[in-house]
Design a protein around this ligand. Structure first.
Ligand code: BEZ
Ligand code: FE
Length: 288
């Protein structure tokens, strides 16, 4: 057995060589090589390595069925965004760009009728959101489901302020009509910081990084025979639009939330005049 520094990587690669599952084997061997290269480059002391192990241990201890600190860590390293981009380039040619799911899709969105308010339009800038679910050629997809969730005008999701609001506020599950259209009332969301009370917050502090995400509304669109699509609509002009803490902003997803001054249309929509309006069409790719 040659356990020299030169052989330290190859003997581990060799140990994984009989892994029956090919994908697992390739993954572990590649991970070993990259991890060893990284350790050789950094050349840490054992005390430094223990700091890293302790950091990962505390990251794990922060996870439960409501909090996924490892995913948040992946988010701030841009890895969640990278995996999403790699995966969607294969399946969704011509479809709306995807982006990260995030940690706040943790409760079921309540079913709502088209035109319903997902949160009271009285607190914040009242807003009408409308769009269509279409295939990549522009043909409407009637009956598509659109799951929506967003923070309020102070940047809080319902699950962060359950002493103030009921669960389901700022969320809605809609079914598109015969034209593939969906529409609802809401308020314009505010930018907000990702959770910073755990090891990820520590990392951001230690590296002089900010925790903020630009204002956005989350969407998951699904229809029979199509790839389901997870994305956001970003508020044009929002703070942090060029500096998302989790690197998940895409230019094609940035949408104007314009003021509209039209009494008749406001009355029809059940919104005060003036109010803001945003349009967001979602293109889905067919499964082959
Ligand atoms: C979100 O948009 O809800 C989110 C995404 C990634 C990390 C934290 C929050
Ligand atoms: Fe979000």
């Amino acid at each position: 057995m040659d356990n020299s520094l030169d052989q330290a990587t190859d003997i581990v690669v060799e140990a994984f060589a009989n892994t029956p599952n090919l994908r697992l084997r390739e993954t572990l061997i590649s991970l070993t090589r990259h991890l060893h290269d990284w350790v050789r480059e950094i050349d840490p002391t054992m005390d430094e390595w223990k700091v890293a192990i302790d950091y990962l241990t505390r990251t794990g201890h922060m996870c439960d069925d409501k909090r996924q600190e490892f995913m948040l860590l992946s988010d701030v390293f841009g890895v969640t965004n990278l995996v999403d981009q790699l995966e969607s380039r294969k399946a969704n040619d011509g479809a709306t760009e995807t982006t990260v799911l995030g940690p706040f899709h943790m409760v079921q969105s309540p079913r709502r009728d088209l035109g319903a308010a997902i949160m009271s339009p009285k607190v914040g800038d009242p807003c009408w959101v409308a769009g269509r679910v279409l295939n990549i050629d522009g043909t409407p997809i009637p009956g598509a489901t659109i799951d929506v969730w967003q923070a309020d005008d102070q940047g809080f999701y319902d699950v962060q302020i359950l002493d103030e609001v009921d669960v389901g506020v700022g969320r809605g599950l809609f079914t598109a009509d015969e034209q593939g259209s969906f529409y609802f009332r809401t308020v314009v969301p505010a930018p907000y910081p990702i959770p910073t009370d755990g090891p990820v917050g520590e990392l951001l502090m230690a590296t002089n990084r900010h925790p903020n995400r630009p204002a956005h509304v989350h969407f998951i669109a699904e229809a029979q025979g199509y790839h389901s699509l997870t994305t956001h609509m970003f508020v044009e002009g929002s703070d942090w639009i060029e500096a998302d803490a989790v690197f998940a902003t895409k230019r094609s997803l940035v949408v104007p939330f314009s003021w509209v001054d039209d009494r008749t249309s406001a009355a029809e929509k059940g919104l005060p005049n003036p109010h803001r309006e945003a349009r967001f069409d979602i293109h889905l790719a067919r499964m082959s």
